[in-house]
Design a protein around this ligand. Sequence first.
Ligand SMILES: Nc1ncnc2c1ncn2[C@@H]1O[C@H](COP(=O)(O)OP(=O)(O)O)[C@@H](O)[C@H]1O
Ligand SMILES: [Mg+2]
Length: 268
Amino acid sequence: MTTIALAGKGGTGKTTVAALLVRHLVRRRLGTVLAIDADPSSNLNLVLGLPLTVTVGDIREEMLAGVQSGSVGTGITRHDFLKSEIRLAVEEGDRVDLLAMGRPEGQGCYCPVNHMLREIIDGLGRAYDFIVIDNEAGMEHLSRRTTRDVDILLVVTDPTVRGVKAAEGIVKLASDLQINVGRVMLVVNRVEGELPPALRQTLDGLNTAGSLQGIELAGLIPADPRVGEFDAVGRPLVELEGTSPAAKAIEALAEKLVRLPTLAGGAR
Ligand SMILES: Nc1ncnc2c1ncn2[C@@H]1O[C@H](COP(=O)(O)OP(=O)(O)O)[C@@H](O)[C@H]1O
Ligand SMILES: [Mg+2]
């Protein structure tokens, strides 16, 4: 199992990259994929062309209401209830399954339920070759997993020096949240034409060794008006033509990722 998590500021292109990455893994039959929508405002289902699913947040609320009204029992019964509800919530697509996290857990006395949910989701993920997690900027869901292992953290940024610098903050956040990251890789999205020299210089300054703290450049994704056109009318991005420059760049990125030595044996 290989876990790839998308991170970055809002609007940088995390969901776009996640969707086209998933599409490539599936199309090339590189393995089975569980896509996790961990951004309550992301609607990963729409870009993947899948129906809206019941979220883990919905199940949590249902469970708590059931406990209060006495319709859900205790101990193993609760665990079994959550497990079967989570299985039902997994939307099965064409060789890709989707689980939406929904709203993050609130404060309070939810701990046992949340712990069970995390265990169940971790267990579910083990059945897949790839888990692709589309996160919100704060990576809240990521920080709450029982297994906080991420093989590749793909930080998506806009093509600005400020954006690249912000990526460093995201890496710091991941480390503060005690997320164990194998490699941190930067994706510069919406690139128009030649990179300005100052940006090129900043990217050249990234650590290319791929050490734990270092950020390596994963790739550049061109600005592609077709992406915006699809989003404007709510058309799934997975239907983007193969000629789309953004899709091609993300395919090249996916190929690079699956060939990384860290993933040797992970995908199969
Ligand atoms: N390479 C690209 N070219 C053109 N538009 C893009 C590209 N990547 C993303 N977008 C547009 O940018 C917006 C934000 O993308 P999205 O993937 O939703 O970002 P995030 O998930 O990081 O919030 C969307 O409207 C999308 O259509
Ligand atoms: Mg998003």
